[in-house]
Design a protein. Structure first.
Length: 116
């Protein structure tokens, strides 16, 4: 049963290649509510996107910069592939907070939504 659906990122693009990662705002994950099965599903919409998007999580209630980790199996891109469609990811964990880490070499991340 889905508890919440939210937008992680919307309309992110770049005019020049940038290899550094940027981070979206933190959003509540399944572990925040403590009574969920921990299944998260994300949809990622792209327009001529080349780059990397990773979903990160934390188990800390009040996370600092070093409390985030990449969630295994929750990454799109990382090579020179171009994405022009909607992709989906499903991952499981009692993450208290979720955020998107991204770098855009070309194109646009139109929207990333997730629910749990």
């Amino acid at each position: 049963m889905s508890v919440e659906s939210t937008t992680l990122l919307e309309n992110i693009s770049t005019e020049a290649a940038d290899s550094t990662f940027k981070y979206g705002d933190k959003k509540k994950g399944a572990g925040y509510h403590k009574n969920n099965d921990g299944v998260h599903t994300a949809t990622l919409q792209f327009d001529s996107f080349v780059g990397t998007v990773k979903i990160q999580g934390t188990l800390e209630m009040y996370p600092g910069d070093n409390d985030w980790f990449d969630i295994e199996g929750a990454e799109i891109g990382g090579d020179s592939s171009q994405f022009d469609s909607t992709e989906s990811l499903t991952f499981t964990g009692k993450f208290v907070w979720i955020r998107a880490a991204y770098n855009v070499q070309n194109g646009t991340i139109t929207k990333i939504r997730y629910n749990y």
